[in-house]
Write a protein that binds this ligand. Sequence first.
Ligand code: THU
Length: 160
Amino acid sequence: MKEINHTTRFTVFDTFPELPEDIQSLMNEAIAIRKNAYAPYSKFRVGVALLLDNGKVVLGSNQENAAYPSGLCAERVAVFHAGAVYPEAKIIKMAITAASDSNTTAAPIPPCGACRQSIAEYEFKQDMPIEIYFMGEIGAIYKSDSLKNLLPFMFDKNFL
Ligand code: THU
């Protein structure tokens, strides 16, 4: 019997101005697109901006449905949008922000489990890690150098 320690690493930026300038503008795009969320049920708006290696920025926001599971998170809207429009491009950076219509979200909001699995697919597809930044409406911003920090022991194509 033995134990395995799995280390994950995040960088914490306590305030927005601490972010590199290119990330501030990517995050500002995520903040702006958050307003386009269709979230009549949860009132929880998530915005995502992706920077691709072809220089394009691809955006996403969560899209809900009266049949709840038929809705889709902002992260998957964004990465599927990127995959659909620019299938050859690599995703370099990802900015995520979330804000509730009913209270101020101060905690950094990470992608949900299903979104982590979907983002992981793109890291494998492009064979390059994605820098991921996530925040709430205000407060600290967390950065991960790769999706791998968010999904240890991920399932991928190599197991098939
Ligand atoms: N949501 C996202 O867009 N991303 C996540 O990673 C977590 C949750 C959305 C789904 C739903 O529209 C609302 O936030 C509340 O769960």
